[in-house]
Design a binder for this molecule. Structure first.
Ligand SMILES: Nc1ncnc2c1ncn2[C@@H]1O[C@H](COP(=O)(O)OP(=O)(O)O)[C@@H](O)[C@H]1O
Ligand SMILES: [Mg+2]
Length: 491
């Protein structure tokens, strides 16, 4: 495969990789992380490392590197073990899976499932000693990839999400020939306490964006005999991805395909922009997954920042407040107020000066603008508080059964838990109207109208009409006229 006069001479497979990297090919940078891991593990008193960072930043890929000869910490036998899909398994099953993986790496015969119990006894007192015997002077290094759950689900007490980390905590205390590297895609202080406890003696390190030179290598090296990047093209990719490895691979993957389709091998900045739409399609699954893991409050803020960002890429605090106001979204009560700080901490957005926010990855901003309207993100705010959802359902039940007082009370409590629950707001207005409290109903219909115009409009009109009539009957004509005028404004 060669370049011939700027044209690709034959079809070849795409050298960019958009699935987790399991080998050394396609992996760039992270020297600081490897040094950190090696340094920590060089001490006999340190046996737990936690690497954390946002989704798709390269945690799984990094764990796989620690098995390659180049990066194995000296004196260790590494074994990679993935907890994905295992949240609901019993402890015995997870330990059996782990033992099988260890046996496979060490060339042992596979262990027998029935030996492993939920007390973890067999694993610790029978299986591990055999492993240590075989390893001689070397220690066992378990590279543990995360559970793929967001939490909040009602797990049974036997589920591995509940039992595994407390078990490992004891193991860490007892077994000095065992060391761990865990990866975590959540904020450490959001982790359930049973997991945090396991990490209390750990050394932490964040996986962040790739350094500029490493990102340039990623772009240019992987396809070095196949594509020639004009310098502005490289700069354009960097300005879109800020060195985020996944988004960089995604854009380059699409660029490569595009060049191959068109039979050229020189990449210009114009080509990069032309490839964005395709890259977004290509990354649909990964991007959706990325989005879904944010709680609704964070999604709304992301969406707000993405939509109000100006050409300079900056969204001011004031613009964000204005958009919240326009949409009738209220900050108190739910996590919305903290969401910008959390997103900054996650390196999704960055604070500039005290008043401005900017997306770290411009590509992500453009994707959000295209795929996630503010209206959509606003609807999702209803689910920001599980307590509010619960109370809203209770209110609906009471409302259906005709118990207006109970309904009103529960709607109010739902709104206290989440003032952005549009349907609770509408329900409250409706119930007040049914109880004949017109003025109050109108106030609440107005709030509902701010949150969701379409669904509250008819109710608001009906209530104003009724109040107007009532005032007329009481011969308070001027006040009635005010109501009718406001009515006209809605039409
Ligand atoms: N160091 C790296 N060099 C090149 N590409 C990388 C690197 N780290 C991650 N990637 C790319 O990013 C994608 C996501 O990485 P992954 O390891 O699955 O992230 P995480 O486990 O943090 O969600 C990979 O599929 C790969 O395309
Ligand atoms: Mg991963």
């Amino acid at each position: 495969m060669r370049l011939a006069g700027g044209r690709l001479v034959e079809k070849t497979s795409n050298p960019y990789i958009i699935t987790p990297l399991t080998g050394a090919v396609g992996f760039y940078g992270r020297d600081d992380i490897f040094r950190f891991v090696h340094n920590v593990l060089a001490s006999p008193y340190q046996n737990v490392i936690v690497l954390y960072g946002q989704r798709r930043i390269g945690k799984t890929s990094l764990l796989h590197q620690l098995i390659t000869p180049r990066h194995v910490p000296p004196g260790f036998q590494p074994v990679y073990f993935d907890l994905q899909g295992r949240a609901e398994q019993r402890l015995s099953q997870v330990l059996y899976g782990l033992a099988r993986e260890i046996a496979r790496r060490l060339g042992f015969p596979p262990p027998r499932r029935e030996e492993f119990g939920d007390d973890g006894e067999y694993f610790q007192t029978r299986f591990l000693p055999q492993v240590f015997d075989r390893l001689g002077q070397r220690r066992l290094l378990l590279l543990v990839d995360e559970f793929d759950v967001i939490g909040g689900e009602p797990w049974t007490r036997e589920a591995a999400v509940e039992t595994l980390f407390p078990y490992l905590q004891d193991l860490i205390m007892d077994e000095h020939r065992l060391a761990f590297v865990f990866v975590v895609g959540r904020r450490i202080d959001e982790l359930p306490s049973r997991i945090k406890a396991t990490f209390k003696s750990a050394q932490f390190k964040r996986l962040s964006l790739l350094a500029r030179d490493d990102a340039i290598q990623l772009i240019t090296e992987q396809a070095k005999d196949l594509l020639e990047y004009e310098p502005p093209a490289v700069e354009r990719i960097l300005s879109l991805t800020a060195g985020h490895p996944y988004f960089t691979q995604l854009i380059c993957y699409e660029l490569f395909d595009r060049c191959q389709r068109r039979g050229n091998s020189r990449v210009s900045a114009v080509d990069v922009d032309a490839a964005l739409e395709g890259a977004m399609e290509l990354g649909m699954g990964g991007l959706a997954w990325f989005w879904d893991e944010f709680p609704p409050a964070e999604r709304f803020i992301l969406s707000a920042v993405a939509h109000v960002t100006d050409e300079g890429g900056v969204a001011s605090q004031e613009q964000i407040s204005r958009i919240l106001q326009q949409h009738g979204v209220r900050l108190q009560g739910i996590e919305l107020a903290n969401a910008p700080d959390i997103l900054v901490e996650w390196e999704i957005i960055r604070r500039e000066g005290r008043e401005n926010y900017r997306f770290v990855v411009e590509f992500l901003r453009q994707w959000i603008v295209r795929k996630h309207s503010l209206e959509g993100a606003k609807r999702e705010l209803e689910s920001a508080s599980p307590r509010a959802i619960h109370l809203y359902e209770a209110a609906r039940r009471a409302h259906r059964e005709g118990d207006l007082s109970a309904a009103i009370e529960d709607y109010r409590r739902a709104l206290a838990a989440n003032p952005n629950h549009a349907r609770a707001q509408l329900g409250l207005a409706q119930a007040l109207y049914e109880r004949g409290e017109l003025a109050e109903a109108i106030t609440e219909f107005e709030k509902a109208h701010m949150l969701d115009e379409a669904s509250a409009r008819d109710g608001l009109i009906t209530a104003r009409l009724a109040l107007g009539k009532e005032l007329e009957e009481e011969r308070r004509d001027e006040e009635a006229v005010v109501q009718y005028e406001r009515l006209l404004a809605l039409a």
